[in-house]
Design a protein around this ligand. Structure first.
Ligand code: F6P
Length: 548
């Protein structure tokens, strides 16, 4: 990983930005719009059909210039180029980071350790497409005949990507029905098995490592159920595997021709584009899957070549740093006004929080400034009737991303106009707010006595000045989804580069896994001496409830 450029001092850059913040604290967003008729044009960017409006943030040209200077001085461009070139930028795991190669739709080679990885990528992609076509056409039959249902068994990056995308692209799913099992809670696999005809179900075991406890438990449970339903001799045909660990997939009993590999330079949370996308490909077909890759590739090219000030992921990242490190906002809400993007916030939680939830820098020292924010969200308009109260009037400021399509898949009267109007109204309300004087004037105009107005008006006041970005795209197609995901991937990358952290490892998930394996046998007995009193007390209470 190229280091931060020698002369780059993040703390100094942030303190320079704090001076801009101080200046901007005195100017409301209303005023920023009032004094600049071109504000929307100046603070929005386009990529194909996609419009990124970031004008409803508390920034101006001077603050933006300083943010861009920070990105340039931090060496973001050199790091980006190193990633695309296959350098070992995942330093703690000694790996390249090449999810971009998986959607490289050009003829450019991508070299890792002196070898071009593109032929291998194309080989696996072609094998996936052949298998997907065979399943969709009914040419790959299982014990009960044509496959009617596909269950992806995986967790984290081996679940969230295809599960989120299958829901987002449901209007394009014209193959077998898709299901996703991830949780080790037996309710997940139990409910899924109960509603399926196992004789016509294909299970895809998706795990980069093929050692993840939850996935292995769910896969074994599925295998027992299939063996019972179809007989041992026929059960193997009901399984396919997606993994980098081909020895383990073979040991599980999945033959090579139904095992689709990938590579250690594909991070779990960046793996939708790899074999991990197979369930989605079976659902929407290889051609639509390629459109997803095309959309991501378009963003990769933009990220690779656009100057920093016209570069959407760079600007997204800088605004995030502006909010996190300068204004001190700890969370970031993703609010799709697109019901099929219901799992997009959950997908971005892993992408962002597993990537940038880090407290040690690439210089192996504790991070002294805040890194990744808490990412959360739900689709609008549902969220409006749940948590938006806090976003509008709570004591914390929550920067928001709104996402909305110009064109719906359904032609159902007013629905889409209502949806879009709500989306735009929310960002306008957050930006404008309502002053005490305006609230009071409204109440008085409605005939309320002055004494009551004084009591009620503060409650009806909205501070405004609450930041948001809006993504407006033509329609939620596979290409649009690919582009949206890639924008956020690169945003996370740029932030990690500026914070000088490794966005591509995830050691923080390990400790809990180890402790779970120690605790599991203790649930049925044994000494609790080595546990703290809380954990020991909880285990003892559990044993009593289970009569152990
Ligand atoms: O525990 C976290 C994690 O390693 C994620 O990074 C990953 O996406 C998930 O588990 C699943 O891992 P695998 O694909 O190896 O089963």
């Amino acid at each position: 990983m190229p280091p931060h450029s020698q002369d780059f001092d993040l703390k100094a850059a942030l303190s320079g930005l704090r001076a801009e913040q101080k200046r901007l604290t005195a100017i409301s967003m209303r005023d920023l719009f009032a004094v600049d008729a071109q504000r929307f044009e100046r603070f929005s960017l386009k990529l194909g059909d996609l419009l990124f409006d970031f004008s409803k943030n508390r920034i101006d040209a001077d603050a933006m210039r300083k943010l861009l200077e920070m990105a340039a001085r931090a060496g973001v461009e050199a790091r980006r180029d190193a990633m695309f070139a296959g350098a070992e930028i995942n330093a703690t795991e000694g790996r390249a980071v090449l999810h971009t190669a998986l959607r490289n739709r050009s003829v450019r080679p991508v070299m890792v350790g002196g070898a071009d990885v593109m032929p291998d990528i194309r080989r696996v992609h072609a094998a996936m497409a052949r298998f997907a076509r065979a399943v969709r056409a009914g040419n790959y039959a299982v014990s009960g005949g044509k496959v009617t249902d596909v269950v992806n068994i995986g967790i984290g990056g081996s679940d969230l990507g295809p599960a989120m995308a299958a829901r987002a692209l449901s209007p394009y799913v014209d193959g077998p029905r898709l299901h996703f099992v991830s949780n080790v809670d037996g309710a997940d696999i139990g409910d899924t098995l109960n509603r399926l005809d196992l004789a016509t179900t294909l299970f895809i075991v998706a795990s980069k490592t093929f050692t993840t406890a939850e996935t292995m438990a769910n896969a074994s449970t599925a295998r027992v159920a299939v063996e019972r339903a179809a007989g041992k001799a026929h059960a193997a045909r009901h399984f396919a595997a997606l993994s980098t660990n081909l020895a383990a997939t073979a040991k599980f009993g999945i033959p090579q021709d139904r095992t689709f590999g990938f590579w250690d330079w594909v991070g779990g949370r960046y793996s939708l584009w790899s074999a991990i996308g197979l369930s989605l490909m079976i659902g929407i077909g290889p051609r639509r899957f390629d459109e997803l890759l095309d959309g991501a590739f378009q963003v990769d090219e933009h990220f690779r070549t656009a100057p920093l000030d016209r570069n959407i992921p760079v600007v997204m990242a800088l605004l995030g740093i502006w909010h996190r490190n300068v204004w001190g906002y700890a969370t970031h809400a993703v609010l799709p006004y697109d019901n099929r993007l219901a799992r997009f916030p959950a997908y971005l939680q892993q992408l962002d929080m597993e990537s940038n939830g880090k407290r040690v820098t690439l210089a192996n020292r504790p991070a002294t400034i805040a890194t990744g924010p808490v990412v959360w969200g739900e689709p609008g308009t549902n969220g409006q009737h749940a948590f938006y109260q806090l976003i509008h009037q709570g004591t914390d400021v929550v920067p928001c991303d709104f996402l909305v399509a110009a064109e719906p898949h359904e032609k159902l009267g007013r629905h889409h106009a209502m949806l879009v109007a709500n989306c735009l109204a929310q960002s306008e309300a957050l930006m404008r707010g309502k002053t005490l004087a305006e609230a009071a004037a409204e109440l008085s105009a409605a005939g309320m006595p002055e004494r009551k107005v004084r009591v009620l008006a503060p409650h009806k006041t909205f501070p405004g000045n609450r930041p948001s970005n809006t993504f407006l795209y033509r329609k939620l197609t596979p290409a649009t989804l690919g582009a949206l995901i890639a924008l956020y991937e690169h945003k996370v990358f740029v932030q990690g580069a500026i914070w000088n952290i490794n966005s591509f490892d995830q050691w923080g998930v390990e400790l809990g896994k180890v402790l779970a394996s120690e605790i599991e046998p203790l649930l049925s007995g044994g000494s609790l001496e080595r546990r703290d009193s809380s954990t020991a007390g909880l285990i003892a209470a559990y044993r009593r409830l289970r009569g152990k």
